[in-house]
Design a protein around this ligand. Structure first.
Ligand SMILES: [Fe+2]
Ligand SMILES: [Fe+2]
Length: 300
């Protein structure tokens, strides 16, 4: 139980703390000079989630299962380059040492754990909840101000809603861990509904951030959005038992989609695609697809 609590917590943070620090960076990079207060706030959360991630990574050697290390949800082979390039393009400092450290993590084997470690992980979990409360609040304020036309940002309102949902899912999982619940046997239908919507929205963002001349890529992104919409409609009518019948279809679709995102990350990093997509955003959505695929395959 203790081992499970430690490992599950670390595996959760090592994916999501990075996601949150990147959301904060995307927010920071999206404002105009007049939005300086928001820029500072977003930067603060970027720094705090970076510290949280770093603390988690320092504990994670020999404590994360092989499956997760291999899934490409923690880092991909593009992450380091995407961070360097995004840093150059935005002027925002990114701690790439964390990425290098993550690339060298060894899978779980023997690792020493005692009450002190459990207490420390418990402290990390509580710190994550506190930070998430703050970051969710910030994202909600930004969304409200954007929707009432008091604030301009390069990030779509739907992207703001999307990153609020991701943060709330993360918070829900940490809270479950803190109350002794198991997050791995989560309601399968809800999981697929959540991530299919996330995947669909990524396609909508990609479509909207590509240069209008990238017609082929826009069509492909559009088709992915339609496919996920279909899967969502199908899944809504399913029960927890019958959902399994569309899981295979979802896996097939998501493998294709992951390959599309991989090609996208490569094309954007290689300066071969015309767009207003930050390299780190391309890698971010690729990691989220890898994360979803890993969950789908584990459950099937
Ligand atoms: Fe995200
Ligand atoms: Fe996302």
């Amino acid at each position: 139980m203790k081992q499970n609590y430690i490992q599950t917590s670390l595996e959760l943070h090592i994916f999501f703390a990075r996601i949150m620090k990147e959301h904060s960076l995307f927010l920071q990079a999206g404002f105009m000079p007049i939005g300086n207060d928001y820029i500072c706030e977003a930067q603060w959360y970027k720094g705090e989630f970076e510290k949280l991630l770093s603390d988690v990574v320092n504990l994670s050697n020999c404590r994360i299962c092989q499956n997760i290390l291999d899934s490409g949800e923690i880092v991909t082979r593009y992450t380091f380059g995407a961070e360097k390039k995004t840093s150059e393009l935005t002027g925002i400092v990114i701690d790439t040492n964390i990425t290098l450290q993550e690339l060298n993590l060894q899978p779980n084997g023997y690792s020493y754990s005692d009450t002190r470690l459990t207490d420390y992980v418990c402290y990390l979990n509580n710190r994550a909840i506190q930070l998430l409360d703050g970051l969710i609040g910030l994202k909600e304020r930004i969304l409200r101000d954007v929707l009432s036309c008091k604030l301009f940002t390069a990030n779509y309102p739907l992207l703001l809603e999307h990153i609020i949902r991701e943060a709330k899912l993360y918070r829900q999982y940490v809270i479950m861990l803190q109350s002794g619940q198991d997050i791995t046997c989560e309601d399968r239908k809800q999981v697929e509904l959540f991530w299919n919507q996330i995947m669909m929205e990524h396609a909508l963002f990609i479509r909207g951030l590509l240069d209008p001349t990238e017609e082929q890529l826009i069509t492909t992104a559009d088709n992915f959005a339609k496919e996920y919409q279909k899967l969502l409609d199908e899944a809504r009518n399913m029960t927890d038992e019958t959902i399994k019948t569309i899981t295979d279809k979802t896996i097939t679709e998501t493998v294709k989609y992951r390959d599309f995102k991989k090609a996208g990350a490569e094309g954007i990093l290689g300066c071969d695609i015309r767009s207003i997509i930050l390299p780190l955003l391309a890698d971010h959505v690729l990691r989220e697809a890898n994360h979803y695929l890993r969950i789908l395959k584990e459950d099937s």
